[in-house]
Design a protein around this ligand. Structure first.
Ligand SMILES: [Zn+2]
Length: 232
């Protein structure tokens, strides 16, 4: 598969060589940040556009015919977060001294970071999740505290529904639930919900190593809470 994706040196300077190379190498289908229509870098030239405002930055892709690769500056508040983030659900078994704990992972791949003054950049989505009751936990091996007001519903079939007490996070997800995991969740009536962002390669891997989730937890890219689960 060959793709044609141009990335300007200004953009590389801003995001770093490694992230730029990784982002560039995995672009195939995209939604053009300029015209909003679909594109495919395997079929026509594409460019990387870094959009920045004081506070937010977002790495996106545009048709070559719509824009040059560039860093585009926006005024305060002109660049807003996408309302919805694509969440990919997955079930996990977490080892613990008292047997396997069932976990439900909702992960996304998001390029948005926020910078404020001299503070380290942070992920605004993760910050919202914490405000809604999920917790930063020190490691994957440590049980997460409960999160009030959240609920996960699995079924009928492969359907997944997750909500906090303020909003629905995943309306009609679709996920394979192994019978052994379902039994575990039925026994305890609760699961460890883990939400946050993952590297592209981990997010799309068929069986990522647990250590990859552990890294995301440690880095604060992923937060967790024990929530009640209903199985239909
Ligand atoms: Zn376009």
């Amino acid at each position: 598969m060959t793709t044609s994706v141009t990335i300007a040196s200004d953009v590389i300077d801003q995001v770093g060589l490694q992230k730029a190379a990784e982002f560039q190498s995995r672009i195939t289908k995209f939604e053009c940040v300029e015209c909003g229509t679909a594109g495919d870098a395997r079929q026509e030239p594409a460019v990387v556009v870094l959009r920045r405002s004081p506070g937010l930055s977002h790495l996106g892709v545009a048709h070559h015919r719509c824009a040059d690769s560039q860093v585009r500056e926006y005024g305060p508040g002109d660049l807003v977060l996408a309302g919805a983030v694509d969440l990919i659900p997955r079930v996990l078994g977490l080892p613990s001294p008292h047997g396997t704990r069932p976990a439900l992972l909702l992960a996304y791949e998001e390029e948005v970071t926020v910078e404020e003054g001299d503070q380290p950049p942070y992920d605004p989505v993760v910050r919202h999740l914490v405000a809604e009751g999920l917790h930063h936990v020190p490691s994957l091996g440590k049980p997460a505290p409960r999160s009030a007001g959240w609920q996960a519903v699995i079924g009928p079939g492969t359907s997944v529904h997750v909500r906090s007490n303020t909003r629905v996070h995943l309306e009609d997800g679709d996920m394979y639930v192994p019978p052994a995991w379902r039994m575990l969740a039925e026994e305890t009536g609760e699961v460890t919900l883990m939400m946050g962002r993952l590297e592209h390669s981990v997010l799309h891997s068929v069986t990522p190593p647990l250590a990859a989730y552990g890294r995301a937890i440690k880095m604060g890219h992923m937060v967790a809470g024990v929530v009640p689960i209903v199985l239909r």
